[in-house]
Design a binder for this molecule. Sequence first.
Ligand SMILES: [Mg+2]
Length: 118
Amino acid sequence: MCSLKNLEAQIVRFRDEREWKIYHTPKNLAISLIIELGELLEHFQWKTDEEILSAVRDEAKRKEIAYEIADVAIYLILLSHELGVDLEKAIVEKLQVNGEKYPVEKVKGELFKEFSRV
Ligand SMILES: [Mg+2]
């Protein structure tokens, strides 16, 4: 099993072995996160959802996209690490908060109704 904590340790070790920590300030990591997100979005630019879903049926294309998603995740994990945020705990807590804000019985199907009115 590859837990988030285990991944974080691997990513930090990879970074520290190369002595890149000096560059990994919160601001630089946040900027890098957005740059990697931009690289992911390049795969989607000017395409419809159908074209994107069709493209990822190609294994090589899916791998390119997967690597960009991985780059985003790596920077997100590094940013959380540098800020002392337990990302796994934060995600679990935020899902709880979102669940209380949007109870299934109140919101299920409501978004579709909103779009139908437009
Ligand atoms: Mg990249």
